[in-house]
Structures are given as C-alpha cells and as structure tokens.
Ligand binder design. Sequence first.
Ligand SMILES: NC(=O)C1=CN([C@@H]2O[C@H](COP(=O)(O)OP(=O)(O)OC[C@H]3O[C@@H](n4cnc5c(N)ncnc54)[C@H](OP(=O)(O)O)[C@@H]3O)[C@@H](O)[C@H]2O)C=CC1
Ligand SMILES: O=C(O)C1=N[C@H](C(=O)O)C[C@H](O)C1
Length: 267
Amino acid sequence: MTTPLKIAVHGAAGRMGRRVVALASADPSVEVTAAIENDQHELLGADAGELAGVDTLDVPLASKWPTDVDVVIDFSLPDAIDRCIEKCESHDTALVIATTGMTDAQVERLRDASASIPVVWAPSMSLAVNLTMKLAQQITEKLRDVPGGLDIEIIERHHRFKADAPSGTALKFGDLIAEKLGDDTKHVHGREGHTGQRTRNEIGYHAVRVGDNPGEHTIVFGMLGERIELNVAASNRDCYAAGAIAAAKWLIDRPAGMYDMFDVLEM
Ligand SMILES: NC(=O)C1=CN([C@@H]2O[C@H](COP(=O)(O)OP(=O)(O)OC[C@H]3O[C@@H](n4cnc5c(N)ncnc54)[C@H](OP(=O)(O)O)[C@@H]3O)[C@@H](O)[C@H]2O)C=CC1
Ligand SMILES: O=C(O)C1=N[C@H](C(=O)O)C[C@H](O)C1
C-alpha cells in the first residue's frame, strides 16, 4: 500500500474546511495531518475530526504552520491568503486554493508563487460547475452572432453568510464567456434607476443572498423569441470538498505551475 497523501486544511473550522476534513477522513489515500485556523479562533485545540462530525483524528485545530505536509487545501478568507501563499512557498508545499474574493495583487502574488510550487486555483472545485462552464462557452460561440442579438446574464444564489459578491464562480463564468464574445465585453453588476436600454456587448451579474443555499448559478442566454438557461446548483458542499481533494491528489505529481480545475478534470 502506498503512503497516504498528507493534507493540511487551511480554514479547517469553516463550513468548507469541516467538509474537507470529513471527506478526507473517509479516504484511505489521504490523511489530514494538520488543521489550520486563525490565531484568535475560539476552537483552537479542538480535534478537527470531532469538529467535522467524524471520528477523533488526533489533529488539533492550530494556528502554527505545520511542517510535514504534502498539500495544503485552502478554504479560508482573502485576509488569510497572503500568509498561506508565503508559507506554502517557504515550505515548498503544493497548494489547492479555493478561497474567492482575492484582490488583484493577491492573484499576482499567487502567480509568482506558482513559479516555485504547484498550485491549483479555481473558484469552484465542483465537477458539475466546471462542465457547465464549458457548456456556457459552447453556447456563446454558437449564438454569438444570432440575428436579433444575444443577451447573457449571470444570476448566482448563495447563503446569507457569504462575504463576497458576485461569487468567484460567477466572475469566472463571465470571463470565460467574454473570451468567446470578444474584447469589448462590458461587465455590468446589477441595474438600478434609468439605465437606458441594454447594450449588446454587456454581461449582467446578479447576486442573490438567501438562507443556506450552498451555491447555484444560472446563465441566461436571451434572444428575441427564445431563451436558454443553464442552471447548476449544489444541494450540499461535498461537491466542492470532493473536487478539492481530487485536485490535491492530482497536484502532487505536477511540476511547479498554475493549474485550474479544467486541468485536473482534463476538460
Ligand atoms: N472554490 C470552491 O469550490 C469554493 C470556494 N469557497 C470559498 O471558500 C471560502 C470559505 O468558505 P466557507 O467555508 O463558506 O467560509 P467560512 O467563513 O465558513 O470559513 C472560513 C474559515 O477560515 C478561517 N480563517 C480566518 N482567518 C484565517 C487565517 N488567518 N488562517 C486560517 N484560517 C482562517 C475562518 O475563521 P473565522 O471564522 O475565525 O474567521 C473560518 O473558519 C470562501 O471564500 C468561499 O467563497 C466556498 C465553497 C466552494
Ligand atoms: O461561498 C460559497 O459558499 C461559495 N463560494 C464559491 C464562489 O464564490 O464561487 C463557490 C461556491 O459557489 C460556493
């Protein structure tokens, strides 16, 4: 039997961190060896397995950076990202980064780090979401020049606790669609007041925050006379956690570089 992959979960007490710990603890090919949290967290010292609702793992929630780790899986906050990148770089540890809402400077920093460590960065680790992104690109390509014009709007729905808007996934859908629409695409966030008619080259974004929705994206392709709507909705967070663990396993054999879930899923 091969040695399990040693994983550290960054943001381990969060909604996503707990699901990564739970799924990883049921997978014999990986082992959670560290659970990282901020140094003020009220649950520091608690067992990561118990927090995740599974067996005791003898892995305490800690803020100190671990040394003996193969891959860090991050689901945290933009404020926590700089340290995470710096530590992975200095410890030569592969990094799966799932946090959304990073600044442009943080993305640049991540790209710099990927010169020396392998990184998977994706706003959605879900297989279904990534497949839907490809479908959205295909539909855009086919309908782009339809007589009467094509209007594309992105509606995302998430739980009331989400801190960033629009979702990282909605923004990625928009970027991928814009690649097919052309360079003059405008990204318009919500509408209010006397906006005038919709222009031809815009993508509209609408962020809905309701209850405990774990993530839903609808891409509307509106034409004169008919409409397509692509909808992809999570019913729980395990699609993201499973995708992140798959990314960690895939990443361990890769050279330094910046990868995404299209690479992991071979799409
Ligand atoms: N790519 C993907 O597939 C997905 C991405 N996400 C993204 O993942 C991120 C986390 O989501 P979610 O789990 O719902 O959020 P939570 O707020 O539930 O979890 C974030 C965790 O990170 C912790 N944290 C804060 N600061 C630090 C630090 N310095 N070091 C380590 N941990 C820290 C938080 O602690 P505290 O509570 O004390 O602040 C919290 O426990 C979001 O950006 C979200 O958009 C979510 C789902 C899927
Ligand atoms: O915060 C969340 O919950 C999610 N965030 C990610 C995003 O911003 O795209 C992914 C998923 O939709 C859940």
